[in-house]
Design a protein around this ligand. Structure first.
Ligand code: FES
Length: 688
């Protein structure tokens, strides 16, 4: 490191636009320290050695009218040399076909990106040009930093002509995307974007960066506006931060097989949240680009690249392309509808649990779900019988791109599901439920599943592992799985593979209540049921988030035990199955004040079916009352955790003898556990 750089305390490199996005995500403080240490005013030795190896580099430059352009320039390796830590000599002749060339005069600020597609290494620079000849210039470095290698596809390059020989075809200028431009964007898995801001110091800061995704990840609107998902990265937000201050953008798409270049300049808009963001799985934000000037340069580059077999970036496993995102938006529009699903596959997970893989049968895609959510399904169990509605937890992760429910044979509906074969049909509605996990959180997670309660736990574990591939950091996780016997325990292979992929960050503890001939340490770790004593003996002292799922008594006793240890209520996420829901003891010691139940008879009107009934104090729930009156409302869990029975309240109020775990919206009731609340009118109208 140069001496003077050692002595000077680095300034924060961030400008107001970058800070605005960092603040909106709550990472500004963390990024302040990172920026000061990571963004340097000189090239470390590694970078000085990196640039001379490259046969091409990307540049961002601003022309006299303020338009920013991204370009790629190629020459024999060695055309860039760093005589010291502050200067990069770049031997490149002028190229008047390149719109970026006009922004590369003496004293102009430019951005630069060196990238090795065959290794995914990349480094960024920006600074000002010193030029006294037409065959090259020196870049005086202002900012230098490495870049994360995510979303880069592996490619090997080869020159197809002398790099100084110009293209054989003249550039074509336009203002809109023609068919050729649309085609190059539609198949792109990579592009480059240039942006800039004029800083308070008077210096212009130009950045150029790489963007990668699955082929087709850039969506082209009918109006020619591009929508681009922004996947998680290094939290610098150079490009998006620049857009917040100055919405000018320059995009470069390269056809790696033909050497064609598509260069565009126009305006950009950042979208921090919208339903489209959720539809682009893996995207944290979106941005849109409206092209204003479009230049197509056929054979613009003397290089061609061959895609390496298996060269897709592993970070892309948890992202979708724009077609998949569109399908998800269509599916989201059908969230409240019962949709037909076909059984695509059936698989036994244990002697009692069978998985059904479900594929949509209406030509519309799957709606995105969160790990831990359940799927409301509707099935016809026999002629003349009314359809049954039940909810089953999805044992698949959001990134699996499929719905898989894993069902224990236990009751009419589940026996029916166990009898279904591939090709049979059921109906399902959008996944629901708030028993979900953030796979990227840093706090360690303890996942505890008993019996078929392992299904949401498995989905959560799969999600944690999928997020670790994307973020290259695994949330530390303990998994406790309780079962009666090895034969009844489900997902052994799948869980073992996930634990192995966690590389020591995921640990598994298996309990058998009836181990019989099973061998300790090989087939199980704990004989008996998982209880607080086992948790205390196994878990190192730390601050955990707990996720519990199992029979009601099991879940309640673990919850109560954890609360007795002063674990905050908010840290214990739980879902119980069976007829009783979990009774929570909120932080602060007292339960939330619930409106008292009516202490006088209430006249209940079921408005849609034009029926009425009288509810008497001490009677059952509104679902019981509706069924007694001959109605068949939909329900799943009957304990306030799935949300299937949500019903709009048209007049009057309801209350709950114990707080349901499903979040109830304003103006609606979970009738499976609601009763009429005290009111002056003595009336309750439900949209049933
Ligand atoms: S049926 Fe599940 S919340 Fe009412």
């Amino acid at each position: 490191m140069p001496d003077n750089a050692q002595q000077k305390k680095p300034d924060s490199p961030w400008h107001e636009g970058e800070l605005a996005i960092q603040r909106s995500l709550g990472v500004a403080e963390r990024m302040d320290a990172t920026g000061r240490n990571f963004v340097r005013s000189f090239m470390p030795e590694q970078h000085q050695q990196f640039f001379p190896m490259l046969p091409f580099a990307m540049f961002g430059a601003v022309d006299a009218s303020g338009d920013v352009w991204a370009t790629m320039r190629a020459a024999a390796p060695g055309f860039m040399q760093a005589p010291d830590a502050w200067n990069l000599d770049i031997r490149l002749p002028r190229d008047r076909d390149d719109p970026a060339d006009a922004g590369m005069e003496d004293a102009h600020s430019i951005g630069m990106l060196g990238i090795q597609l065959e290794t995914r290494r990349r480094n960024r620079l920006n600074g000002a040009i010193r030029r006294d000849a037409d065959d090259g210039f020196t870049l005086r470095v202002r900012q230098s930093f490495g870049n994360c290698p995510q979303y880069i596809q592996l490619r090997q390059f080869a020159f197809v002509r002398d790099p100084h020989q110009p293209a054989s075809v003249r550039p074509v200028h336009g203002r809109v995307l023609d068919a050729r431009a649309r085609a190059i964007i539609a198949k792109a898995d990579t592009f480059f974007v240039a942006s800039y801001v004029d800083r308070d110091s008077g210096e212009r800061q130009v950045d150029v960066s790489h963007r990668g995704g699955k082929a087709g990840f850039v969506q082209i609107g009918e109006d020619g506006v591009l929508t681009i998902p922004d996947f998680s990265g290094n939290l610098f937000f150079n490009t998006l931060g620049n857009f917040m201050v100055n919405p000018r953008a320059g995009l470069l798409f390269v056809d790696f097989a033909t050497g064609d270049m598509l260069q565009m300049t126009g305006s950009a808009e950042v979208i921090l949240s919208s339903p489209e963001v959720a539809a682009f799985q893996g995207a944290e934000r979106l941005w849109r680009f409206r092209p204003e000037k479009v230049i197509y340069r056929e054979d613009g580059l003397p290089l061609r690249w061959a895609f390496e077999e298996g060269g897709w970036s592993p970070s892309l496993n948890s992202t979708v392309d724009c077609d998949q995102a569109k399908v998800r938006l269509e599916a989201a529009a059908l969230a409240d509808a019962w949709r037909p699903f076909r059984i695509a596959r059936v698989e036994d997970e244990s002697t009692t649990i069978r998985s059904l893989y479900l594929a949509p049968d209406d030509g519309v895609g799957l709606m995105a779900h969160q790990a831990g959510q359940h799927l409301p399904i509707r099935i016809n169990v026999g002629d003349g019988e009314r359809p049954l509605v039940r909810s089953y937890t999805l044992s698949s992760a959001p990134t699996d791109g499929l719905y898989r429910i894993s069902v224990k044979k236990d009751g009419v509906a589940s026996r029916h599901l166990h009898g279904l074969k591939p090709g049979d049909r059921i109906e399902a509605r959008a996944p629901a439920g708030s028993f979900t996990i953030d796979g990227t959180e840093r706090r360690p997670a303890v996942l505890i599943g008993a019996g078929v309660g392992i299904t949401p736990i498995l989905a959560m574990l799969k999600h944690i592992v999928a997020e670790s591939r994307r973020k290259r950091r695994t949330r530390p996780t303990w998994v406790f799985q309780a079962a009666r016997s090895p034969e009844e325990r489900a997902f052994d292979r799948e869980i073992a593979d996930l634990v192995a992929e966690g590389e020591g960050n995921i640990r598994l503890v298996r309990a058998l209540s009836q181990p019989a001939t099973a061998i300790e340490s090989q087939d199980y770790d704990i004989a008996g049921r998982i209880d607080l004593i086992h948790l205390k003996a196994t878990l190192p002292f730390d601050d955990y988030d707990f996720y519990l799922c199992g029979p009601a008594a099991f879940t309640q006793s673990l919850y109560d035990g954890l609360r007795a240890l002063n674990i905050a209520d908010a840290r214990i996420h739980a879902e119980a199955f069976g007829l009783s829901s979990l009774t929570r003891r909120p932080d602060g010691g007292s339960a939330p004040v619930m409106v008292p139940a009516a202490n006088a008879p209430v006249h209940v009107v079921f408005a849609k079916s034009s029926k009425e009934a009288r509810w008497q104090p001490g009677e059952g729930t509104l679902l019981d009352l509706a069924e007694a009156r001959g109605l068949n409302p939909e329900y799943g869990c009957r304990n306030g955790s799935c949300g299937t029975c949500r019903t709009p309240v048209l007049e009057g109020r309801v209350t709950y003898p114990s707080q349901p775990s499903f979040p109830v919206g304003e103006g609606e009731a979970l009738i499976c556990c609601a009763v009429p609340a005290e009111s002056e009118t003595g009336k309750l109208h439900l949209s049933l």
